[in-house]
Design a binder for this molecule. Structure first.
Ligand SMILES: Nc1ncnc2c1ncn2[C@@H]1O[C@H](COP(=O)(O)OP(=O)(O)O)[C@@H](O)[C@H]1O
Ligand SMILES: [Mg+2]
Length: 281
């Protein structure tokens, strides 16, 4: 069993050993390797030997250059793709397909344009068989959480991009998943909307205490939101470094700068050889 060291209610890599206990990982990624067949008949190694244990209620970000396998890894955790080798466990059980307890929020938020805002949020509850009255009540509650009370009966096309992403967040919460998987959910938003969405996600996370795996291109976004940042490298895709982040660190600008520099120095090592590689071809 893959385990993580955690204190009573949240993971703390730096906690004193006598105050820690070993608990089962919420998500255990064990030796995940993914190969794709190429048109030339070879295999392309997209991910190699990825190992990671995510604790209950932990917020883990995956940061890395394009093509390092972030989406592939997230889709494997979501059960949307099968690994070539290795496995992913949730609460000790192997994930073998998609399910409502581990939902993905994509960059393209995939809302139903023919449904109203509330009906979009109600959708997962409808699928789960929640009755009409309760569904509506809960949808309104979730919409309030994302600041969209008053928009329940609007159509999706009447909303701005930021409001659509908030609707997608409310729908994600409505699934009440054990684990929320997010693939660059805010990358389509302008800078100001993006900051507001980040604040909203931090607030929602405090309210729902969900476990979150979050893919982003933005080092600052990862620092702002995460308990732990996994930096990935390319060719083949793999985890190259791990950084812990705490509220205490976030409160100190100099420590945030140091962390940002440390992450960028790892990323630069990954990106520069890739650029040289491309220069040769
Ligand atoms: N279905 C697929 N078939 C072949 N190659 C793929 C497939 N999906 C992804 N890849 C390749 O695997 C690598 C990782 O892709 P992806 O997970 O989308 O990266 P990221 O999300 O980090 O940008 C890329 O080189 C991509 O071209
Ligand atoms: Mg991607």
């Amino acid at each position: 069993m893959t385990s993580v060291v955690a204190s009573a209610d949240r993971p703390a890599a730096n906690a004193a050993p006598e105050r820690t206990k070993i608990v089962q990982a919420k998500i255990a990624i064990e030796g995940v390797t993914k190969e794709f067949a190429t048109e030339a008949g070879d295999t392309f190694l997209a991910l190699t030997e990825v190992n990671c244990a995510v604790a209950d209620r932990e917020f883990v970000s995956l940061v890395g250059p394009s093509g390092c396998g972030k989406t592939t890894l997230l889709e494997i955790v979501a059960g949307l793709q099968a690994p070539t080798r290795g496995r992913v466990l949730m609460d000790g059980e192997e994930i073998e397909g998609p399910g409502p307890d581990h939902v993905v929020i994509f960059q393209q938020y995939a809302l139903f344009p023919w449904r109203t805002v509330a009906a979009n949020v109600e959708f997962p509850m409808e699928v789960a068989g929640v009755g009409r009255g309760e569904r509506r009540e809960r949808a309104l509650e979730y919409l309030k959480m994302v600041g969209l009370d008053g928009f329940a009966d609007h159509h999706i096309w009447q909303l701005s991009g930021g409001m659509q992403q908030r609707t997608a967040l409310a729908r994600g919460i409505a699934c009440a998943p054990k684990v929320m998987l997010m693939d660059e959910p805010f990358s389509g938003a302008d800078a100001i909307t993006r900051e507001l969405l980040q604040d909203l996600l931090a607030k929602l996370r405090r309210a729902t205490r969900q476990t979150i795996i979050f893919v982003t291109h933005s080092v600052d976004e990862a620092i702002r939101l995460s308990d732990r940042i996994l930096v990935m490298g390319t060719r083949p895709g793999r985890i190259v470094s791990t950084f812990d982040v705490t509220d205490d660190l976030r409160a100190h600008g100099d420590r945030v700068s140091e962390l940002r520099d440390a992450i960028w120095s790892v990323l630069r090592d990954e990106i520069v050889p890739m650029a040289e590689d491309e220069g040769r071809t």
